[in-house]
Design a protein. Structure first.
Length: 272
């Protein structure tokens, strides 16, 4: 089985306009039309069994509507992360409800949501999420098309981990696009997950090999960032990396994600 831990889709009525806006602002292309149907078609072509969908409310008043939509698209083969915004913090009861509904974690995008990941005002929220045994997927590094500063640098993410080690953290984009040296310095070797989204085929090979060799393989997740990368191309690239063993690839493409999502292995045994 193959799991893509980081994808995006948009409601059908806004998918086209959203895709167009992001492409124009960032200078990147889209490989699907941004709809759920488009993602499923991409998954079938790539041989991916499950995609994890993340959505980011850019305003506090968007959280409820986005959360309802995320709940509505959950189905076999499609897992979703819960919606959250720093200025609309969730109560403990709300967190418990989301967990009972089957949500395992949240996506936070510090650039779109305008906060620094290590701002102490965020720590009570992180602590509440950790208490529920849920995780946070942080956008990390540069976001093309958005102005500096970078709100989620590896150094700042490492500071959160040091302050709240019980919080399960996933740093997207192998710790962040264009900050690979900082990833090596602050994140590699730590008890933090890194996903491969967007940067897998563009990161300099020396950085890529060092990250895979020096970071625990059990803390690396295959992810594409679809529609901003092609799932099939990303997966084939990973599976052809010569410095990874077959077991390494199984862990990166399935077992590590299955553990976070509390799934069973294909043989019906608990995942590693």
């Amino acid at each position: 089985m193959k799991i893509d831990f980081h994808t995006h889709v948009y409601p059908d009525d806004i998918a086209k306009s959203t895709i167009t806006a992001v492409c124009e602002r960032s200078g990147i292309r889209a490989y699907t039309d941004g709809t759920l149907k488009g993602l499923k078609q991409s998954m079938a072509k790539a041989g991916i069994d499950l995609s994890v969908v993340a959505a980011v409310p850019t305003k506090p008043n968007q959280v409820d509507s986005i959360q309802k939509w995320l709940s509505s698209i959950r189905q076999p083969g499609i897992e979703t992360l819960a919606a959250i915004h720093p200025d609309a913090p969730l109560t403990c009861e709300h967190l418990k409800t989301l967990k009972k509904q089957g949500f395992k974690g949240f996506k936070l995008h510090p650039d779109y949501q305008d906060f620094f990941v290590d701002d102490p005002k965020m720590y009570p929220l992180y602590e509440s999420i950790a208490e529920q045994g849920m995780f946070v997927l942080f956008h990390a590094g540069v976001d093309r098309g958005l102005p500096y500063p970078i709100h989620g640098t590896p150094k700042r993410i490492a500071a959160v981990h040091k302050a709240i080690p019980e919080l399960c953290i996933i740093a997207a984009h192998l710790g962040g696009e264009d900050v690979y040296d900082e990833t090596l310095r602050y994140l590699v070797g730590e008890d933090i997950y890194l996903d491969t989204s967007f940067v897998l085929r563009i990161i300099p090979k020396t950085f890529l090999e060092r990250i895979f060799k020096e970071h625990p393989i059990e803390r690396i997740l295959f992810a594409s960032d679809s529609p901003w990368r092609d799932q099939k191309e990303e997966l084939e690239f990973l599976l052809n990396l010569p410095f990874l063993s077959d077991m390494d690839k199984e862990k990166i493409c399935f077992y590590n994600a299955a553990r976070l999502l509390e799934l069973d292995s294909p043989e019906g045994q608990p995942s590693l």
